[in-house]
Design a protein around this ligand. Structure first.
Ligand SMILES: Nc1ncnc2c1ncn2[C@@H]1O[C@H](COP(=O)(O)OP(=O)(O)OP(=O)(O)O)[C@@H](O)[C@H]1O
Ligand SMILES: [Mg+2]
Length: 365
């Protein structure tokens, strides 16, 4: 890792993957994906099971050929270049270590097949093990290490070849919750130290938010939205993205009027204002997203404004969660740092308010 090359960008253009499934016939696992990963960036593919994350990663790695489109790494078209000539390090969910080889042997393997000298191998393996916090573990066998340590070996094995691109497929899903949190910050630290362009796959939204420069939310083979965690959370463009990044109340509303980018919405007789740049006409049905923590409970007792009835109240220490019946729909409301005397009890009527900047019109329902 001493001689370091410039970080490489990754460019996918109209990339699709057609699969032949015995029961379902021909399916499009990835559909016409355009994607640019910036040099040195950590970009995460996030989405539910079966949305095409692994397939996309496998095409970047060269384990699978796209049925359409092309892939460029550092400006070079690698669409037909075999995996072993793409300069890529890959970390899988199951560490896939060679059980009969020592840790040193496991990490050295990629260098041996590349015919490096033994001095060079000694130095590079020691450096890689040091980077992942496993200096001195070289002589052990994989089964003499914990799960977290084995995953570090897998990481060392991926970086020892000094790849221009690192790919991770659910690398932490076999680890317990605490270890997942500490390993993800280690991966991030290492990625930033080495400045390696990285594509990371997970279906865990918190992990994605914690580790990524940007996140591509995938839905049924397509990228639904690509942005920073903050923009995805604050400005989701679809109901799907809003529901996948954080918690969201999805409400169905009807447009009453629109003036100067402010839409007056009606939800079963109650009025809500949203800011929007969309072209809308009175009577249009729209989907609205409101985050649970952006709803304020103004006071108990019905009055003017929005009125709801508390269905459930769950005390969780640092917050209280409420389910509130609101115009025939149910709202989740979260109140952080609740006051000692906060007692909006089930059955009681409350007034709520939502700042109009926190009411988002989205696609889909
Ligand atoms: N070898 C294969 N043969 C047939 N179909 C496949 C194959 N691999 C994947 N698929 C299908 O392609 C689609 C996308 O799969 P993929 O493995 O990319 O999903 P994923 O997003 O990684 O899901 P997960 O979170 O469960 O790992 C799914 O419908 C899957 O069943
Ligand atoms: Mg997968």
């Amino acid at each position: 890792m001493s001689e370091r090359s410039e970080p490489a960008g990754i460019h996918l253009e109209g990339v699709s993957a057609t699969m032949h499934d015995r029961n379902r016939g021909e399916i499009m696992a990835v559909r016409n994906v355009d994607l640019d990963v910036q040099p040195g960036e950590l970009l995460t593919l996030l989405g539910p099971s079966g949305c095409g994350k692994t397939t996309t990663l496998r095409m970047i790695a060269g384990f699978q050929e796209p049925s359409a489109g092309r892939i460029l790494i550092a400006g070079r078209d690698v669409t037909r270049v075999p995996a072993n000539q793409r300069d890529i390090g890959f970390v899988f969910q199951n560490y896939a270590l060679f059980p009969h080889l020592t840790i040193f042997g496991n990490v050295a393997y990629g260098l041996q097949v590349r015919d490096k000298s033994s001095g060079e191998i000694q130095r590079a393996v020691a450096e890689a093990l040091d980077l992942v916090g496993l200096a001195g573990f070289g002589e052990r066998l994989p089964n003499e290490l914990s799960g977290g340590q084995q995953q570090r070996v897998a990481l060392a094995r991926a970086i020892v070849i000094r790849p221009r691109v690192l790919l991770f497929d659910e690398p932490l899903s076999n680890l317990d919750a605490k270890l997942r949190v500490s390993m993800r910050s280690e991966i991030r630290r290492l990625q930033q130290t080495l400045q390696i362009t990285t594509v990371y796959v997970t279906h865990d939204q918190e992990e994605a938010m914690a580790i990524s420069d940007r996140i591509a939310v995938m839905e049924a083979g397509r990228i639904a939205q690509l942005d920073t965690a903050e923009v995805l959370y604050r400005h989701p463009t679809s109901a799907f993205v809003a529901g996948f990044i954080g918690r969201a109340n999805l409400l169905r509303a009807t447009v009453e009027s629109v003036t100067d980018g402010r839409a007056m919405l009606e939800i079963d007789g109650q009025k809500l204002v949203a800011r929007t740049e969309r072209t809308l006409a009175p009577g249009d049905p729209v989907s609205v997203v409101v985050r649970p923590e952006s709803i304020a409970i103004v006071r108990s007792g019905a009055s003017t404004g929005l009125t709801g009835i508390v269905q459930t109240r769950t005390y969780l220490g640092d917050k209280i969660e409420y389910e509130v019946a609101f115009g025939g729909q149910t709202l989740s409301v979260v109140r952080f740092n609740p006051a000692d005397n906060e007692e909006f009890m089930p059955g009681s009527t409350i007034s709520i308010s939502v700042p109009e900047a926190n009411v988002r019109l989205v696609d889909g329902a």
